[in-house]
Write a protein that binds this ligand. Structure first.
Ligand code: 5OB
Length: 275
């Protein structure tokens, strides 16, 4: 998968070189490039913003640098690129560039649907993702509208809170998406056993010692009874979800009688559970 990020703070994205994502980049599984928006300005001060028409507080990101940056990415070039990777000819060979449709342009914004695991899964199938990190009050609407002619445009929020710009939101989404790409995570089993994969939160986990500061690991986990352990873990997941995130229960399906009996103990979650 190819991922391009445009930002006025390309160094912000440096964290993506670390850990599993960085490894995937090194191995050529991910082709990740970060572009500095200011490289697409031509005035002395590399101006990327200006005051809003109609008045109001704050500044607006100018259309032209964004159009040039996005056109550059559409052209597949590498000007203004801080290659997070050193490509060194590493080529997995198997993916043809964009025989598919338009690249997906994700514009992190509070004015978008809220990103979740379902969307992460959908995006992990794409050949090419582009993240446009806005700062200030946002980007001139005309270049957003223009971009929809060339991209599959996806404004995307990461939750109901205020951020200073799209960089951190992009990093959240890049991490969530890229760990779903085959080869990025060592043990694919850890993908399916994850909170939010099947709509339930995870069960509590323990490691040695079996007794720590007078607190014991639940005895059943030491029993070697795998069936009983699986049931116990599922019960804890149901319990935890009902307690902490009752909103998730409404989305659940595939609950059996025992599951519903466990959930029945939680009055608040009770009526939201599907038959
Ligand atoms: N708040 N998701 C929630 C967001 C956000 C702010 C952003 C981008 C995505 O930019 C200011």
């Amino acid at each position: 998968m190819k991922i391009d990020v445009v930002s006025i703070f390309p160094e912000y994205l440096a964290g993506l070189q670390l850990s599993l994502i960085g490894k995937a980049v090194d191995q050529g599984v991910l082709d990740l490039n970060v572009h500095d928006l200011r490289d697409f300005t031509f005035d002395r001060h590399n101006t990327v913003d200006d005051s809003p028409y109609g008045g109001g507080a704050g500044m607006v990101m100018k259309a032209e640098p964004w159009a040039l940056a996005l056109e550059h990415i559409l052209g597949g070039g590498s000007l203004g690129t801080t290659s997070v990777e050193q490509t060194d000819g590493a080529d997995t060979g198997d993916k043809e560039p964009a025989a598919a449709g338009k690249p997906i342009l994700i514009v992190p914004s509070p004015a978008g649907p809220v990103f979740n695991q379902r969307i992460a899964e959908e995006l992990s199938d794409a050949d090419h993702l582009v993240f446009a990190c806005g700062r200030y009050e946002g980007i001139d609407q005309r270049v957003i509208d223009w971009s929809a002619e060339h991209f599959d445009l996806r404004p995307m929020s990461i939750g109901d809170y205020v951020l200073n710009g799209g960089e951190v939101a992009s990093m959240v989404m890049i991490e969530a998406v890229s760990r779903l790409i085959p080869g990025v995570i060592g043990n694919p089993e850890s993908l399916t056993e994850e909170s939010h994969e099947d709509g339930l939160l995870e069960y509590p986990i323990y490691t040695k010692p079996a007794s720590w500061r007078d607190r014991d690991v639940p005895e059943i986990l030491l029993s070697g009874n795998h069936g009983a352990i699986a049931r116990w873990r599922r019960d804890r997941r149901l319990e935890r979800t009902a307690e902490v995130r009752p909103d998730l229960l409404a989305e659940l399906n595939g609950l059996d009688k025992h599951d519903r009996a466990v959930l029945g103990r939680f009055e608040s979650g009770d009526d939201s559970v599907k038959e």
